[in-house]
Design a protein around this ligand. Sequence first.
Ligand SMILES: [Fe+2]
Length: 468
Amino acid sequence: MLTDARGCPTSAPSSVCLQQYEQALELSVSYQLDPLATIQTALDADPTFAMGHCLRAALGVMATDRGAVPMLKESVEAVEALGRRATDRERAHAAAARAWLQGDFAGSIQGYGDILLDYPHDLLALQVAHVGDFFLGASSMLRDRIAQVLPTWDTGTPGYSYVLGMYAFGLEETALYSRAEDIGRRALDINRRDAWAVHAVTHVMEMQGRLRDGIDWLTSREADWSVNNGFAFHNWWHLALFNLEAGNFPRVLELYDQRIRAPFSQAPLEMIDATALLWRLELRSASVGDRWQKLAASWEPLAEHSYYAFNDAHAVMAFAAAGRTDLVQRTIAAMERTAAGADTNAMMTREVGLPLARAVAAFAAGRYGDTIALLQPIRTIANRFGGSHAQRDLIHLTLVEASLRARQNRLARALIAERTQLKPSSPFNWQLTARAMDLNGDSAGAARALESAEARTKAQFGVQRAYA
Ligand SMILES: [Fe+2]
């Protein structure tokens, strides 16, 4: 029996197949393009290559896209048809992917996680479980699932840097910022092109309000993470967030047009980031031209297909902002049907996705009181529908803006105090503080808050107003 580069058993018929699997796996964990094309070459040569199908199925799971379902189904069935000619590990992969196919996202990710108990060097299972924990919003498992296998890995194990990169992200999502940054940087010392490790350190800077550091970090390493990389859109999004916080709206729109939405994509993961960025601009009352209309048109084919609540809520955001009330209603109706079910997405939709979708639709219609009423109950459980703290901050930002526009003075002041106490280095949080002070009739307090905003900008950028 042939084993992979980390000693995991496979039923690979030849070392050539296995070599192509290793190449595809390396591309998958580094997010470089194109793991699917690479594994497809191996499967075209031998359609019974079980581990090849396991990797193809894993890519289908990680896409969180209904469009990937036929591919996922085909590969699961191919491994199942092999029966005992596939190894126990390969069959466990197929069973975990089958659970995903059946809508049991949580059971699927547990299945991938269980593989690691027997095969802690199964880098593919580790990546799917890690990405799955992200989709499930399981912050502590983003960290601890990696910790479970970490003692069995060292610099001599191929792919070690990727494990460190994943661990760094888990540490960051559990607010262990200093360790996260150290381990992320260690991962990059081994492999500077690890886009996930770049991303983990970027998140640390985002959460700590280190705008200048974040811009310098991503810009100085651009050649490592942005070239031929399927995750580049998301790191560009993070660069746009730093610029947004700094008030550099022209740069944000430039990044949106030239990097985040070009080349044009209808992959939900990419449209989510585009939508969230435009929504944040909307909350800042910035003009985005006809970008909402174009983005809504990209989401339109998904309007009646509720597959993953996180995607659906963002689709509704785009439809609502574009004034496409027909699509808002159709998507919310699809989400209501989904919410009546019993699978993982039904729970996500019922508990978070649907209230959020209704809240953003209300916001776009100027019904800010409704937005507040819908968001207040879900803000503390929003992790249940996945995403990172940085992504879910959109909910808090929307709640803040709704409370300001609804002139709910005390609520606005309290919510903004939350943000400013947590991230006092953010000039934007101090600008919000000034608005809350104004609303509460404290003009002297508002002036002091604006001075704080300018001081925080100067501390990071060397000038009081980085951008007019
Ligand atoms: Fe991120």
